[in-house]
Design a binder for this molecule. Sequence first.
Ligand code: UDX
Length: 447
Amino acid sequence: MNVTVFGTGYVGLVQAAVLAEAGHRVTCIDIDENKIERLKQGHIPIFEPGLEPLVKRNNESGNLTFSTSAAEGVAHGELIFIAVGTPPDEDGSADLRYVLTVARTIAEHMDGKKYIINKSTVPVGTADKVREEVTRTLQERNALNLEFDVISNPEFLKEGSAVADCMKPDRIIIGTSENASEQKMRQLYAPFNRNHDKVIVMDVRSAELAKYAANCMLATKISFMNEMAVIADRVGADIESVRQGIGSDPRIGYHFIYPGIGYGGSCFPKDVQALKTTATQLGLDPKVLNAVEERNHKQKHYLLEKIIARYGQDLSGKTFALWGLSFKPNTDDMREAPSRVLMENLWEMGAKVRAFDPEAMQECERIYGNRDELQLCGTRDSALSGADALVIATEWQQFKSLDYQTVRGSLSEPVVFDGRNLYHPLDMAEAGFDYYCVGRPQVANNG
Ligand code: UDX
């Protein structure tokens, strides 16, 4: 099938590459000339395992092309994805400017039936707004005879496993009330829908809300667990035992109940905020969403509280080694990352930071530039040298085993603040560390 994807961001690029791999002829349109030029040469603007070879292969085979010409894009695709950004507005609602601009562009250039598919995470009611925009533009062109449908087809991919998630989706939600659209979408996704039917068809508003409900549910699980960890800390329980104890109940499950220093990324914080705003604008009082957000905000400061409890508010003269900058492993994305709250507060209190991340160093430099209080170090071990304590913000695989001797030998004192519960408090105490983590009893060290 001929497919066009507007927006070569995360969602758009991954979706386009995966559809091309399945044999569809896909063209990607973006207004950023530089980005399109680089993509044509096989340079991927993001770090995502498996994406680069996929894009290269399909680009070479001709199944995946890139262009800045919207007219070309609209002419090419019978199915047209809108996968442009929806940054949060000042009031927390999603800014639909880019989505509606694409809608208008499609209507300006179309000359036959188009299936317009909303892939960006957009508030309930956006498909109707896209429909209005297209209708208005067609009216201006005196072309109301041209047929189209607006379909909601939310994306559920996770950064770091986006290609795999997209290749093997656990569900394919199709929001439309038109039979023809359902058939087209089923045809499009047939290569990904082989063993059992993953397609769930619903009305467009339910599809839009389903996306928010999914992310908000997951964020709720995390915030709930983080609150349990805070309680565990106070009552002297071990949250890791509690996690296993409750995860074994299939109604709760083991996923997304890992306590830590809060969720980040481009989705959870934005989506919780956007759904809150939608509810509030409707005169509702979204108590659960408010609490989820508040807990997450507090949780990002949780290690800082432990740092302050040990050293006091004035950290001038102190240096902290920081392992992990990205909001989660296997990505270079630092949007809403807990590491940022940590660093910014440590600096505010006078401390310096020596940071290491396997992928996000460039991104960190882009955000914070060159500054005295931040030293970006090439390896995890070099970040330790001369620091007063180690702080861990992201659970990268390579941090999961600790070389006690190196760490003890490099830090001025053997102190570790672990925001991801990577080690066992007993082992750490035995190895002579003062070990602070999230929701696990502290054990006096033997050092
Ligand atoms: C998320 C959703 O998982 C995905 O379905 C949606 O399409 C986009 O948003 P992503 O933002 O890539 O994906 O990251 P995810 O792996 O879900 O992690 C989100 C955050 O939650 C991370 O900061 C992670 O550290 C945190 N998290 C996750 C926890 O703190 N505890 C957990 O148990 C799980």
